[in-house]
Design a protein around this ligand. Structure first.
Ligand code: PMT
Length: 220
């Protein structure tokens, strides 16, 4: 691992889940632990980058020499991301499992138990990584794709639709990879090429991903 791969670059990483409130005590979220994103932030810092980590609610220590910004909702993560991209950054890595939808309203008071059925209306959240890649000061933009089937085909579609420079895709249908696990396996895809990173510790996978990003970023 080259400890100068990203020297002089500002790398932004999103990590963890977002939390979308239903009422003051209830929310919608997902299984993301933040481990993958934190490992990437750590690897980027070890590679010499200045690193900003935009993190949803997780139980992990902040890696050394990493600036961490805590957020809760997808809209907060969107605003924090836009603020750092507005200021200027070189690489943006979207590892966070952002909630695609949020409750259309957050009840001011705890919702009382009443009828047999109640309905929750959800509205779409802004797509953070798509907004980053469409930004006037567009950084080298890397997305993730969490899929349970047709992993590579769906990831390829996300690479194209969100106009990304690279996408790292993981199969999250198994127990030993993806969400929450200490291990992961990725297929990394970019326009014109791909590389399989076989099952390994997330810290190891993170270093390999950083190496790929450094090579592709230099070339673009
Ligand atoms: O946190 P861990 O427990 O370590 O688990 C790691 C992980 C499985 C969460 C991670 O490896 C991963 O796959 N992250 C992406 C999860 C995800 O939400 O994937 P997606 O296919 O739904 O989203 C595609 C891409 O768009 C992602 O880069 C995501 O960050 C981004 N996105 C999605 C929705 C949204 N509103 N804004 C976004 O930026």
């Amino acid at each position: 691992f080259d400890y100068n791969l990203l020297t002089g670059l500002h790398v932004v990483v999103t990590a963890g889940p977002t939390r979308e409130a239903i009422d003051p005590v209830r929310y919608i979220t997902n299984q993301s632990s933040g481990k993958m994103g934190y490992a990437i932030a750590e690897a980027a810092a070890e590679a010499g980058a200045r690193v900003t980590l935009i993190s949803g609610p997780v139980n992990l220590p902040t890696p050394t020499r990493v600036k961490r910004i805590d957020v809760v909702r997808a809209e907060d993560m969107y605003n924090a991301s836009m603020a750092v991209v507005d200021e200027g950054c070189d690489v943006f890595i979207a590892t966070a499992a952002v909630a695609d939808y949020r409750p259309s309203v957050t009840a001011e008071h705890k919702i009382k138990k009443s009828t047999e059925e109640i309905h929750l209306t959800l509205v779409k959240n802004p797509d953070i990584v798509a907004a980053v890649s469409a930004h006037a000061k567009r950084p080298f933009t890397v997305g993730f794709a969490a899929e349970t089937r047709d992993v590579v085909a769906y990831a390829q579609a996300k690479l194209d639709n969100k106009k990304l420079d690279m996408i790292a895709t993981n199969d999250v249908s198994g127990e030993n990879v993806g969400f929450n696990s200490d291990n992961n396996a990725l297929t990394v895809i970019w326009p014109g090429g791909h590389k399989v990173l076989p099952l390994a510790a997330k810290r190891q996978i993170a270093k390999q991903l950083i190496e790929l990003i450094a090579i592709r970023h230099k070339r673009d």
